[in-house]
Design a protein around this ligand. Structure first.
Ligand code: GLY
Length: 397
């Protein structure tokens, strides 16, 4: 493992002095989301939104790619917040679609099975005991297991398993692997636990640099399984830190800690979190890569900040209350959420609208730049729900 030198939080007073979120602001923000989701339901029917907006409006799509689970997850979060049947009945229809998708193996040759099946089907099962949802999520967990490479001890993200051009892990998978903890809990089958632990350890060992920043992806030698090196796909460069990758790590470590309670990971969590917080610009919402600062004329990725809030919120319950960073991390979450609510949620279209504006999907492919996206919407609503439930939210992950 790289020895990680923990970077101290550079300006804790920035967070302490800034405005945090208030109760009334939180309630208004949740009401605003509910109103927008109801509007979107009318426009979407049983179709799904595309992964990101074009000119601030989602187009409709089928249950394909890696993102439709976030739409169903949004419906479940709306249901939790309101108990209104409209959200539950559509989410349950979506579950049938997810069952058909995994049964018929439609666009599932990749690792994004946690993103697809946790907020949709694991959530359905946890909230309502939906049996079809459980079956679908277990099939998805088995599909994810097929991507495990015992030589390198990691789950291969993309391409056919073993393909030398794709023999790598990516940090995004930190949010896919909790599907295996859930499968282990449901079935008692050890193989799920062994694979998720191995993948997690390999990620911590190789995907974090000495300064606490993240590589987006990390290659291994297909013959020997030995480490080769870090490369980016969605970040600015191989040696910069893609903001969303950093926040996948923040949330990923928090989730894995929730399952494994491995105390050495607390320091690693602080390292990756401080690296992220130390690079937040004036409005506390990161640019799409942490290399950028105010004045660089780059786009923000609001989704990275929403994910980081959720991860920090999840870890907060395990942090030592006597640790100096405890109150600062707590305040930082509220400050970031306050800024997202106030500057990133303007309704920009009469069409299918994003809940959170100004994200970046993929800079290099020119996809979803300065647009809304489904995962930003989902994690924004998850963050609001976590705050509404005072940190006691029963997570889907
Ligand atoms: N997991 C893909 C992304 O974060 O864009």
């Amino acid at each position: 493992m790289n020895k990680i030198n923990k970077e101290a939080l550079k300006s804790p007073e920035r967070f302490i002095d800034a405005s945090g979120i208030t109760e009334s602001e939180l309630d208004l923000a949740i009401n605003d989301v509910i109103k927008k989701v109801k509007h979107n339901i009318v426009k979407l029917g049983e179709t799904f939104p595309e992964s990101s907006t074009i000119n601030d409006t989602y187009r409709t799509s089928k249950n394909i790619e890696w993102t439709p689970g976030f739409w169903t997850g949004i419906l479940w979060l709306c249901y939790e917040n309101t108990h209104e049947e409209i959200f539950r009945s559509l989410a349950e229809k979506n579950v049938e679609s997810f069952y058909q998708r995994i049964k018929n193996q439609v666009d599932v040759n990749h690792h994004d099975l946690g993103f697809l099946y946790i907020p949709s089907c694991v959530a359905a099962y946890k909230l309502t005991g939906n049996k079809l949802a459980k079956d679908a999520a277990l099939l998805a967990a088995d599909k994810l297991m097929e991507r495990y490479n015992p030589k390198g001890k990691f789950i291969q993200a993309w391409g056919n398993v073993g393909d030398s051009n794709n023999y790598r892990l990516i940090v995004d998978a930190m949010l896919n692997i909790p599907l295996l903890y859930w499968a282990y809990q449901e079935t008692g089958t050890e193989k799920y636990l062994n694979v998720v632990k191995n993948h997690y350890e390999t990620t911590l060992k190789y995907a974090i640099r000495e300064d606490g920043s993240a590589y987006h992806t990390f290659f291994f030698d297909p013959q020997s399984g030995k480490p080769i090196g870090g490369r980016t796909r969605q970040g600015y460069s191989d040696d910069s830190s893609w903001a969303r990758g950093q926040s996948w790590l923040i949330y990923g470590i928090a989730l894995n800690y929730s399952h494994l309670h491995n105390d050495v990971d607390l320091d690693t969590f602080e390292s990756v979190t401080n690296y992220f917080l130390n690079r937040l610009p004036e409005d506390f919402v990161s640019y799409w890569d942490l290399i950028f600062k105010d004045g660089d004329y780059q786009s923000k990725d609001s989704s990275a900040t929403a994910i980081a809030i959720c991860g920090m919120n999840q870890m907060q319950k395990y942090l030592d209350k006597n640790n100096n960073i405890y109150p600062i991390y707590e305040k930082a979450q509220g400050v970031m959420l306050h800024n997202l609510i106030n500057s990133y949620t303007e309704e920009k279209t009469q069409g299918i609208t994003a809940l959170l504006n100004h994200g970046v999907y993929s800079w290099h492919s020119g996809h979803g730049i300065d647009e809304g996206n489904l995962w930003g919407d989902y994690f924004y609503l998850e963050a609001l729900t976590r705050f509404k439930q005072n940190g006691n939210w029963e997570m889907y992950w």
